[in-house]
Write a protein that binds this ligand. Structure first.
Ligand code: DSN
Length: 414
């Protein structure tokens, strides 16, 4: 450790080769394999530069123009830029760019709208919802009185009649629309009308389709839902973090629920990265990218289905393809391990009415955001679909590794 003595001007490689080596290995891992994990993407070099800038040192508790520390004049401009760009990108009245993650964004939104111990109604995790929508092991399940809706067993889609019935029965303060493995567009107007019927506020969590929605490729809940939460690192292709959109009327509640309610000082380096990502998403090329993400996902779903795999809901409207492996005779965990051995990162995932536990599952969740960022299009998606079909059938992953490696070499990360 003698070479590890603190010298603040040394490069990472000189100061801490151990960490530098690990990060190089991660770079190599990402370059030589391909992620089809629906919640992952590759942000730009510009975003990564902003996130590793010196503004990481700055404490800026509070909001622009109203901070608890001096020296925030640059931080104020960075945050203003990020929130103005976010609001413009989504056509929202107000944006809060401080949430460290989607989880804190949801916590803040639920506290603001329901209050502690309030009643919430969200989609169950095993039906395609998210942990923070009321799962008993998450803060949302501990702090709120929770009821959950599922999806129809027959077609994997949200049953609005069931949502209405449960809303009438349980009178939630907050109704949540959105999830982490629901592949279809959500009828936000129908959710808003149910919320109105029972006097609830509507929270739309668009963490997964945020980029598609920003680009106008999927329908937006902005202006329909009372509050919209999301992460910035999935289809939106920014740095890791959260974002909340709301009306001017709700803004005060939301801002104070984020700080000081849920968090202390904002991560200014991440907010700088968000500003860059929102700037990129405002370019016309972003719409073209998102269109390709959706078209690639549709092609992936079609090829898997046409070759015998069951696809939950029969297809997709987004970047997500949820494969139901029950008839294929392989579990989600087994398929994930085979894919990894072939150089593909994917994740096992529960399917509606899944009989297997969460660490095994009967499904595989796939997503096309990262592969599309690498420039892959329909011919490559067809190759990848064939790799997945072969792996599910039990073919040797080593054989498919070559195909994946060749694609990775031809389509490097940004
Ligand atoms: N891990 C993210 C997802 O897969 O949806 C959100 O928790």
């Amino acid at each position: 450790m003698s070479s590890n003595q603190a010298n603040p001007s040394r490069s990472l490689r000189d100061q801490d080769p151990e960490v530098a080596n690990l990060l190089e290995r991660e770079d190599a891992r990402q370059s030589s394999t391909l992620t089809l994990i629906a919640s992952e993407n590759h942000c730009s070099q510009a975003v990564r530069e902003a996130c590793s800038s010196r503004i990481t040192d700055k404490y800026a508790e509070g909001y622009p123009g109203k901070r608890y520390y001096g020296g925030c004049e640059v931080a104020d401009q960075v945050e203003d830029l990020a929130r103005t760009r976010a609001a413009k990108l989504f056509g929202a009245e107000e944006a809060n760019v401080q949430p460290h993650s989607g989880s804190t964004a949801n916590l803040a939104a639920m506290v603001a709208l329901a209050g502690p111990n309030g009643r919430i109604l969200g989609m169950a995790l095993k039906a395609g919802g998210h942990l923070t929508h009321g799962h008993q092991k998450s803060h949302s399940g501990m702090l709120f009185s929770v009821h959950q809706y599922g999806v129809r067993g027959a077609d994997g889609r949200i049953d609005l009649d069931e949502v209405r019935k449960l809303a009438k029965e349980h009178q939630p303060h907050v109704l949540i629309a959105g999830g982490s493995s629901y592949p279809r567009a959500i009828d936000y107007a129908a959710f808003a009308s149910i919320a109105k019927e029972v006097g609830a506020k509507l929270l739309a969590d668009i963490a997964h389709p945020a980029g598609l929605i920003a680009a106008g490729v999927m329908p937006s809940p902005v202006g329909i839902a009372d509050v919209v939460t999301m992460t910035t690192h999935k289809t939106l292709r920014g740095p890791r973090g959260g974002l909340i959109l709301c009306s001017k009327e709700t803004a005060k509640l939301i801002h104070s629920a984020v700080f000081p309610g849920a968090q202390g000082g904002p991560l200014m380096h991440q907010i700088a990265g968000k500003a860059v990502a929102f700037g990129e998403a405002l370019q016309p090329s972003f719409r073209a990218y998102q269109t390709r993400v959706r078209d690639n996902a549709a092609a992936l779903a079609n090829r898997l289905r046409d070759n015998g795999l069951d696809i939950v809901t029969g297809g997709t409207d987004s970047h997500i393809v949820l494969v139901d492996l029950r008839k294929a005779g392989v579990t989600g965990a087994e398929a994930e391990a085979r894919a990894l051995a072939a150089g593909l990162s994917v994740n096992k995932n529960a399917v509606p009415e899944d009989p297997l536990p969460p660490m095994v599952t009967s499904g595989l969740r796939l997503g096309t955001a990262a592969a599309t960022t690498r420039g892959m299009g329909l011919p490559q998606i067809a190759q990848l679909a064939d790799v997945i079909l072969g792996l599910v059938r039990g073919e040797d992953p080593e054989r498919h590794r070559k195909t994946v490696a060749a694609l990775c070499a031809e389509f490097p990360m940004p």
